[in-house]
Write a protein that binds this ligand. Sequence first.
Ligand SMILES: [Zn+2]
Length: 395
Amino acid sequence: MNGLDEKAVLRARVLALDAELDRVLQTITGDQLAEAVDSKSNERFAARFRSTRDRFASLIKQTLKPDLVKVESVPSPTDAWARLEKVQGRCEKVVRECAAFLQGVVARIHGLDRQGSQNGFGLCDLADRLIDDLSARAQISWWGLTIPADEEFVEEMAHVIRIRWADVSLWNLPVVAHEFGHLVASGLKSLDKMREPFREILDRHKQEEQPHLHEFFADLFALHTLGYSFAACCLLLRFNPRTAFRDGENHPSEAKRSYFLLEALTDQAREDYGNGGSPNAVNGLRAAWQGALKEAGYDAEADKVAAADARTHFEEMKAVLPHFETRLGYDGWLRTQNLVQIWREHDDPPKPGANETRADVLNAAWLSRVSPWVTNKAELKEIGRKAIQVFQQVH
Ligand SMILES: [Zn+2]
């Protein structure tokens, strides 16, 4: 007589998965990690750590564990195995996310994201602040935190936003607005709360087209909220002109995205948010990117297709703009130009005024970077230093 009846294998698997979840739960909710966060980080990060950790913990306790218990009570063995497979899949995802969260928290505690910034905050702290701004302006809540990782990515269960640790610098900060845009996409409702404008766009397309639409939406959100700096970061630092005409499975080609961003930026300049100088800046970016495309192996036919495709997507996607909160659109071009001037004149720039925003600082940094007087690495570093200093002081 032994305990190995016909359900023994299933039971063993359930027990193993249950133990695995216990282990994850213990690690993320244990005192050791919380104490390390409290002793080595600021309050803001500690609060974000707790809300994210609690989110994962409740996901495990309230959904995964009860689902696991139910596996054994399913009457038909075939159904029980099918159910187990489903729970296993979800557990794997959560365990993977928890692991990334743990690694990210430890990296932040040890200041691995601090390299590029001056003694103050690490890049993730700056990124948290930027997303806090956007989340308040968009009136879409964000309870997660940003962590350094190998690639940018956002997951929806706990709102953890990963930022690429290898290029920890102010210049890449605009990309977090794109990642937050992915979270906004799923929560966006019309102002009267009766409609879901982005969902309506998705519903007009086939399933396989939807990943690209999500990317265009996130690009539009980042551009709309930050303006110039997002387009400049993508076109001057991120997109690769050599592979620009290739569509990816999840991302539209970078040629399409660049046209899309330039359309959106031109549109924003046309809206005249008191931003008289913007068309020149947009034309400068366009010319620089076109120049790079031509140098890197230009395909005139593919270029035409990309431009037309991006325009169609922009025309369709911009239907969501009226549903964003009115304070969300970037309207600080004059403030940006003012900051550029001040930074040029002062080694120690004055504290930002009450109206200046973090988006203004990023735009001023990028606009300074492309100006004729920033010509070498030392000057670039200087602009970065000033921008980070002012960014930290914005309220
Ligand atoms: Zn994306």
